[in-house]
Design a binder for this molecule. Structure first.
Ligand code: PEP
Ligand code: MG
Length: 586
């Protein structure tokens, strides 16, 4: 049995499918002598296609962002055409009879070893570029799903280092029953994607890719974080029983979709969805959300072959608004950097990327690019308004009052320019994502310049606790139920309520039963979460009164340690809604 962090609840038993960064055939088979030249031809074709991709990327990025930012793709083309690289590949394929993907894997290892040893920072950073080029090349050589996998039916359990947005896109409509990753934590990409699809997931299972191969039977318990590979018949059957219970409970809860979300004493709570794409928007409608509280626009950029221009963004936003419940959507501007990068906005290695050049800080450095997004959002909001929609804009990782003033000015400027061009505009409510402790401390001053607040607890917790949200080694610290976090949340919610500023919480904790009861007791009435959690939370809300929640918070706020809070809240949720046990995450 392997142990990781349970990040999306439920149990799945199924066939494993491993995604290696570069797929290397497990048996590292050799080519037959007579096939070597054909394999070399295949490599050369892939190289040409990669070259064409890079060239197109250069042109689009140069025209939309700037030639300086696009220069990275010229570097990548140089690497692709590097004679030493090509010679190495040729030798491996023709002389050593290695399939092209295996050859790529070994060449990458060789370069990585060489470049990481050098004292030269510039050369060390080129490892990332070599990796990018090689991964692009391998994408043309072997699709993420082999032909055979695409043709066989049945859901797969994905096992990967970390699940990249591009890999998720490549999986297409293929049904995924669970996800296991070697890195990551509660709030990493894979976890968020799994939750948005409502499938069990476990992150941070060190070395799992060495122990699983395609086709192995694998059990994933997304609540306890356990992963079992080829279990004995008895264990497998016990887990299959749990899997059936999980599905039954999901079916029962799905029936509450059209019921209003009210607490046991009849207080309305706004249950919104966090979405990354149009499929999630549809899922939000299907699970009975009343709107979208967080649309993470970076996925549009991360999964786009180059850069979406203003018209493309406008079309994408309109499509999402159309598919969303009540056409009610809060759109968050680009939140890149940290663990999510796109090469054309620069990706110099930083000692502390999460404390560095990410999110709104990065957007400010590319004002034209940023303005294009703001313009597309305003235009989408204006179009939606005519059809009764309600669109708001919010800005991630705001730290100071000056930053908030600056984004407000940018929104006004974008509006004026659009009006001058004769385009429809509307007054879009402007919100702040509260993710930085400094903003929590100065919340009173910030409220003067915002129309609403959305608490991004995933980041707020990592910054308050100084514990990386994606690093399994410090996940015991990065805990939303820690006494320090609860104190800050209680103060922020109380301040917003006192000042009559709408406040939502859109971090992952909103969908966790134990945290939900606490937030409700603190006076929060608006929650945004992965669509998959909505039915559970709606059911839980109906079992708790606001008075009971307030009493529970008063007790919880007196507890001194995270474990005490977790245990106490486990007992409370068990008492209030024992039916939800399979879905509760610690
Ligand atoms: C957050 O930080 O809580 C949040 C919702 O944003 P993200 O998870 O995209 O950083
Ligand atoms: Mg965040």
């Amino acid at each position: 049995m392997h142990k990781g962090i349970g990040v999306s609840p439920g149990v799945s038993v199924g066939k494993a499918y491993c995604i290696h960064e570069i797929f290397v055939h497990p048996a590292t088979r050799r080519l037959a002598q007579q096939d070597a030249l054909a394999e070399l031809g295949r490599f050369e074709q892939a190289r040409e296609k990669t070259g064409a991709d890079l060239h197109a990327l250069y042109q689009k990025v140069a025209s939309q962002v700037g030639p300086e930012q696009a220069a990275i793709f010229l570097t990548h083309e140089t690497i692709l055409r590097d004679p030493a690289f090509t010679a190495k590949m040729r030798a491996r394929i023709v002389e050593h009879l290695e399939p092209a993907t295996n050859a790529l894997h070994f060449v990458l290892e060789e370069y990585s070893a060489l470049l990481t040893q050098t004292q030269d920072d510039y050369l060390r950073e080129r490892v990332t570029d070599v990796r990018d080029v090689i991964i692009r090349l391998s994408g043309h050589l072997s699709p993420i799903l082999s032909q055979q996998e695409q043709e066989t039916s049945g859901p797969l359990i994905l096992v990967a280092q970390e699940l990249l947005p591009s890999q998720v896109v490549a999986l297409g409509k293929r049904e995924v029953a669970a996800v296991v990753t070697q890195t990551g934590g509660q709030t990493s990409h894979a976890a968020i994607l799994a939750r948005s699809r409502g499938i069990p997931a476990v992150s941070g299972v060190a070395g799992i890719l060495r122990h699983v191969k395609n086709g192995d039977v694998i059990v994933v318990d997304g609540s306890s974080g356990h992963v079992l590979v080829n279990p004995d018949a008895e264990t497998e059957s016990a887990y299959r029983k749990l899997q059936r219970e999980f599905f039954q409970l999901k079916d029962v809860l799905a029936e509450n979709r059209d019921r209003p979300a009210v607490t046991g004493d009849g207080v309305y709570v706004d249950l919104l969805a966090n979405i990354n794409n149009v499929d999630d928007a549809r899922a939000a409608t299907l699970t009975g959300a009343s709107g979208v509280g967080l649309f993470r626009t970076e996925y549009l950029f991360l999964t786009h072959p180059d850069v979406p221009d203003e018209e493309e963004q406008l079309a994408a936003y309109c499509e999402i608004i159309e598919a969303s419940p009540n056409h009610r959507v809060t759109i968050r501007t680009l939140d890149l950097g940290g663990d999510k990068t796109i090469p054309y906005l620069g990706h110099d290695r930083e000692a502390n990327p999460f404390l560095g050049w990410r999110s709104i800080r990065l957007s400010f450095e590319h004002p034209e690019f940023f303005l294009t997004q703001i313009r597309a959002i305003i235009r989408a909001a204006a179009a939606a308004q005519q059809r009764g929609g309600d669109v708001r804009i919010m800005f991630p990782m705001i730290t100071t009052l000056e930053e908030m003033r600056r984004v407000r000015a940018m929104v006004y400027r974008a509006c004026r320019r659009l009006q001058a061009e004769g385009k429809e505009t509307t007054q879009v409510p402007i919100g702040l994502m509260l993710e930085v402790p400094a903003a929590a401390v100065s919340i009173d001053a910030l409220l003067d310049v915002v129309d609403f607040v959305s608490i991004g607890s995933n980041d707020l917790v990592q910054y308050l606790m100084a514990a990386d949200r994606d690093n399994p080694k410090v996940s015991h610290l990065c805990q939303p139920l820690s006494p320090a976090v609860l104190k800050v949340l209680a103060t922020v919610i109380e301040t917003c309520n006192r000042r009559n500023k709408p406040v939502t919480l859109c971090g992952e904790m909103a969908g966790r039963p134990r945290a939900f009861v606490l937030l409700l007791g603190m006076g929060l009435r608006s929650f945004s979460m992965s669509p998959a959690f909505l039915p559970t939370i709606k059911d839980l809300a109906s079992h708790v009164t606001t008075d009971a929640a307030r009493e529970i918070v008063q007790h919880a706020l007196r507890l001194k340690t995270t474990n005490q809070v977790i245990r106490y809240m486990g007992q409370q949720v068990e008492r209030l809604a024992p039916n939800l046990r399979v879905l509760d995450l610690a």
